[in-house]
Write a protein that binds this ligand. Structure first.
Ligand code: AHR
Length: 473
């Protein structure tokens, strides 16, 4: 059983967990959310997930066989894991679209569903990496049920390797952003932007946004690809993927003010360091090719792919285990996105703030459990069902083998998880959700006490006051 840490879902999940009746259960008038688990969808790379105005989450992505375009949809983000997947189109038996089919994206353009993708020939004397961008179009309003046919080829500025296109509308204008190899620049691909005139033609000369030159962009291959755009806090944040698609694959970030001339390359600032990389701690590797969506409560979600291992036999391009993953995307006080680290397999972690200190977080400093400010990963705790019925353990994602444990003196610290009965009792807490959606973590070892904070430390405390009420943020 997993705990869904969206407020509504958390109520439902904990109601199922805790033995005693939970007041919040009455608050659950509708079906509880299903809690997303990572990996969300296995063997789907380059995933695009978006929540359409029709209330459906749509998802497409590359399949390991690279031979077809697929689409699935669900009323919940987590439901994508088991949603039926339709095949919209299969590569042709010959010609320029008979080989690899890569990185599709679905867009609704002037009332028509159009799916963009990269494709190449299947050989027969042709270079299978002669990859170009194409589109198919649906003949009706339902992309899962309509008939799809080839719309045509994107008219790129050069007849060269191009892929990973995306579209966004900014200040009423529709822009196309894609990766392409530019004649005279010795890289695999750079990023370009231009307004669209029609779904397959540009309305202006393309602007080159970035060329891979930094060390973390040129590992294995010199790559800038897979752009994705998020408009937040008065800025446009454009992520892209860099380096070879093995464990060195990572996300870079370009940022522009939303009132800038985004066709001027000088409007975009490149982050000097990657913003999202593989993690040895949470064991997710090759994190990249992202998209953005929101959860059922409208909170930003980062979608990306990653493997469970770093060592790959053969060409990473033909390793099928780039799984689709999702996690909350948070923002710093200055409005910039904080990508943190890949949260790892299992239920999504949560962040908890004391009801009387909403700006602070339950966190850890080494093995000290604290309340305050800390790097994002040190504030993300995974709740997992503990061996005592209806209880959970709380483990920070960046120390997954440790969990909060009560000591003899009533102080709470992080300790390496053990199997002994005494440790199991001291690290088990029963979450109880109040009508205000705050959570009280009652200690199994001291049922009259609950997790609380005092002078920056975490303790067990008897009173039912604001220091024992935690808000899931
Ligand atoms: O997954 C196939 C291709 O590999 C994608 O188009 C690209 O983003 C990645 O390099």
């Amino acid at each position: 059983m997993s705990l869904n840490l969206s407020r509504r879902g958390f109520i439902a999940s904990t109601a199922m967990l805790s033995a005693a009746p939970v007041v919040a259960r009455a608050a659950m008038s509708d079906v509880p959310d299903i809690a997303p688990q990572n990996p969300l969808v296995k063997q789907r790379a380059d995933a695009q997930i978006f929540r359409h105005e029709d209330g459906w989450y749509y998802m497409t992505g590359s399949v390991p066989e690279y031979d077809r375009l697929v689409l699935r949809r669900s009323r919940t983000l987590a439901g994508l894991a088991t949603a039926e997947e339709a095949v919209l189109w299969r590569h042709l038996s010959s010609g320029p679209m008979s080989g690899f089919i890569w990185a599709p994206e679905l867009h609704l353009i002037d009332g028509r569903w159009i799916m963009y993708f990269a494709a190449g020939p299947s050989g027969g004397g042709e270079d299978v990496f002669r990859i170009r961008t194409y589109a198919i179009v649906c003949d009706g309003p339902d992309p899962m049920k309509g008939k799809w046919s080839v719309l045509g080829q994107f008219q790129a500025p050069w007849d060269s390797f191009n892929l990973d296109s995306t579209i966004f509308v900014h200040r009423g204008k529709r822009y196309f952003v894609w990766a392409q190899r530019e004649p005279g620049i010795e890289t695999n691909s750079n990023l370009y932007i231009a307004p669209l005139a029609t779904p397959l033609t540009l309305a202006a000369k393309a602007t080159r946004l970035t060329v891979p030159t930094l060390d973390w962009e040129i590992q294995g291959f010199k790559v800038a690809e897979a752009p994705a755009i998020l408009a937040r806090n008065g800025r446009l944040f454009m992520t892209y993927s860099a380096s070879a698609t093995d464990a060195r694959y990572c996300l870079g970030l370009l940022t522009a003010a939303d009132d800038a001339d985004i066709m001027d390359p000088r409007a975009w600032t490149k982050s000097p360091e990657p913003v999202f990389v593989s993690s040895e701690v949470t064991k997710v590797y090759g994190t990249g090719h992202n998209s953005f969506t929101t959860d059922e409560e409208g909170r930003d979600i980062l979608v990306y792919h990653g493997r469970d291992y770093s060592a790959i036999t053969g060409d990473p391009l033909f390793d099928p285990n780039r799984h689709t993953r999702v996690q909350r995307l948070y923002f710093r006080a200055d409005g910039t996105p904080d990508f943190g680290i890949p949260v790892g397999n299992g239920p999504l972690p949560g962040r908890f703030s004391p009801a009387d200190r909403k700006e602070a977080f339950l966190a850890h400093d080494g093995q000290r459990a604290i309340v305050g400010q800390a790097a994002l990963p040190a504030t993300q705790f995974r709740l997992a069902p503990a061996r005592v019925s209806g209880s959970v353990t709380l483990s920070p994602i960046d120390m997954p083998d440790y969990c909060l444990t009560s000591g003899a003196d009533g102080r709470i610290m992080l300790a390496k998880a053990e199997q002994g009965a005494d440790f199991v009792r001291r690290s088990a807490f029963v979450p109880r959700v109040a009508p205000d959606n705050s959570v009280r973590f009652t200690a199994v070892a001291s049922p009259d006490k609950a997790l609380a904070h005092r002078e920056g430390a975490i303790i067990l405390h008897q009173a039912e006051d604001a220091t024992t009420r935690w808000l899931s943020s």
